[in-house]
Design a protein around this ligand. Structure first.
Ligand code: NOJ
Length: 543
């Protein structure tokens, strides 16, 4: 089975991970310093949010040079060393690749907007128009995607923020240039790319208006209908599905067997179209349903069953609890570590790739920075919306709050920086740092470490098939993973009271937490506890 189907991914947001030079911003040398700790946790693949040269208006998702390192984070030499040191520890590297748009300070765009005759004019999407925008397309941030340029008196299109002009993939030179960027990094040995808003790559070539929809708020797993529009002509175009295959084909000639994981959104049908009808498109896509989990056994059972029926092998589901755009899951659980452990055990034991956002392993909490004082451009756009109101409406505006510095120890600034941190460091209580949690066998960090390592050790967890098992206990989720050699059964009690289950198969606990224990043929599962039970090895049948 391909390595990327079996891996686990850990996302580092470079701004907030570890500072090494006292400027208050994380950097590559800082990450290098922490590499042994990441390895010790059990991480297999590290995904880095962008560290390319950028004005930083969207904290790196606005790139002005795809093949150089932003001086905030270090040099190309640091980057080469980082890649080498990651590989030396038998881990892999995934870079974030923003193919959809560049920064408006990228030399291509500066050239493109200089004149309608610029050789780079057609690198971006320009349309004529004066008072009226060329059509009704709304961007992902809820305003018209058209931006008027008084100099050349035309509009350019941006499906995110106006300083992030969309590239024009109908121009073969754009494709060629971006494939060149991928080649640059693949030759350096990177093992894959996370493709930013890949659902937005192509737009309708006839620029037709989007139809009306009743839906206003987008959700993390569905941007297709939002702001009273069905985004039929500016998202999820069939050309984007075909392009996924083209990119896959392009990168697959590299010997490290790199992979692509797409940030796309929409129905399962849309996600599957990006993966390809013969699983020949993007290798993986982010599946964000876990982000809106309902803390009920039934929710998780339905999710597993849905993924097994819609994304069976050779498709590989992904399980995501958070990222740099979403409220941290620990806050959605009211900080309850028992519940966090259950959720994470689910994430790591399901068939698919678990994706962990830095800090989740210590239960790093959300900040309380108001929308008004946010650095995030989305917060700046909505600065007059009070935080309580956005929370009440369930919309996440100020993404600074999920990007706070990592808490390494209880020294000044949590060991993140000697300087003035770019975002405030969260409240440091001794128990919520990496250092203290490493020394506590019952900590969340230790739970993550066990799960990362169990995945490494047992093929059945990485590649076994999955089947849910019905129980008489509505709060208990039970599922089985099987391959030729092993069977394990996972029991998770989402209820507030202890449950006892009868189990007749011979076996032994592989891992138990929250007080779960086996007592002869009875399993005792206290509230919010879990147990992974290994069925004794099957005898190979001799003929
Ligand atoms: C999605 C990224 O995850 C987000 O952080 C960024 O702001 C937008 N794409 C624009 O690149």
């Amino acid at each position: 089975m391909e390595w990327w189907k079996q891996t686990s991914i850990y996302q580092i947001y470079p701004w907030s991970f570890q500072d090494s030079n006292g400027d208050g911003i994380g950097d590559l040398k800082g990450i290098l310093r922490r590499l042994d700790e990441i390895h010790d946790l059990g991480v297999e693949t590290i995904w880095f949010s962008p560290f390319y040269k950028s004005p930083g208006e969207d904290f790196g998702y606005d790139i002005s040079d795809y093949t150089s390192i932003d001086p905030r984070f270090g040099t190309m030499e640091d980057c080469d060393r980082l890649i080498k040191e990651i590989h030396k520890r038998k881990m892999r590297v995934v870079l974030d690749m923003v193919m959809n748009h560049t920064s408006d300070k990228h030399p291509w765009f500066l050239d493109s907007k200089s004149s309608t005759n610029s050789p780079k004019r057609d690198f971006y999407i320009w349309r004529k128009g004066t008072k009226k925008t060329p059509n009704n397309w709304i961007s992902m941030v809820g305003k018209s995607g058209w931006n008027y340029d008084p100099n050349t008196q035309e509009y350019y299109y941006s499906n995110f923020l106006s300083f992030q002009p969309d590239l024009n993939y109908r121009n073969p030179k754009v494709k060629q240039a971006m494939f060149g960027v991928l080649d640059f990094w693949l030759k350096k040995g990177v093992d894959g790319f996370r493709l930013d808003i890949f659902n937005s790559i192509y737009k309708d070539e006839n620029f037709r208006d989007n139809p009306f929809s009743l839906r206003f708020f987008p959700t993390p797993d569905n941007h297709d209908e939002a702001f009273f529009q069905k985004k039929q002509f500016n998202l999820n175009l069939p050309e984007s599905f075909s392009f996924a295959k083209e990119v896959r084909k392009h990168i697959s000639k590299y010997k490290q067997k790199p992979f692509l994981i797409g940030e796309v959104s929409g129905s399962d049908k849309v996600l599957k179209s990006f993966l390809g009808e013969k699983a020949d498109g993007l290798n993986l896509v982010f599946q964000f349903e876990l982000i809106h989990f309902k803390y009920k056994a039934k929710f998780f059972k339905n999710l597993l069953e849905k993924n097994e029926s819609i994304f069976p092998n050779p498709y590989t589901p992904t399980y995501v609890l958070g990222n740099h755009d979403q409220r941290r899951y620990i806050d959605r659980l009211g900080g309850d570590i028992r519940k966090a452990k259950l959720l994470v055990c689910f994430q790591f034991m399901a068939r698919g790739v678990p994706i962990v956002y830095y800090g989740e392993e210590i239960g790093l909490k959300e900040g309380r920075i108001s929308n008004f004082s946010g650095k995030d451009p989305i917060a700046k756009m909505n600065r007059f919306v009070p935080l309580f109101l956005s929370n009440l409406l369930g919309i996440y505006i100020n993404r600074d709050n999920c990007r706070l510095p990592m808490l390494w120890d209880d020294s000044n600034n949590g060991g993140f920086t000697d300087g003035n941190p770019w975002l405030p460091v969260g409240t440091i209580v001794k128990e919520n740092t990496v250092k203290s949690q490493k020394n506590d066998p019952n900590s969340l960090w230790n739970h993550y470490q066990t799960l990362f390592h169990l995945r490494k050790k047992y093929d059945v967890i990485r590649e076994g098939s999955l089947e849910t098992i019905p129980t008489d206990h509505e709060d208990v989720l039970c599922f089985k993973r099987t391959n030729q050699k092993h069977t394990i059964i996972v029991y998770l009690n989402f209820g507030d009271k202890e449950e006892s289950l009868f189990q007749k198969e011979k076996g032994k606990p592989m891992y138990a937490f929250g007080g779960a224990a086996v007592d002869g043929e009875i399993f005792r599962l206290p509230a919010h506890s879990g147990l992974i039970f290994e069925i004794l090895e099957k005898k190979s049948s001799k003929k």
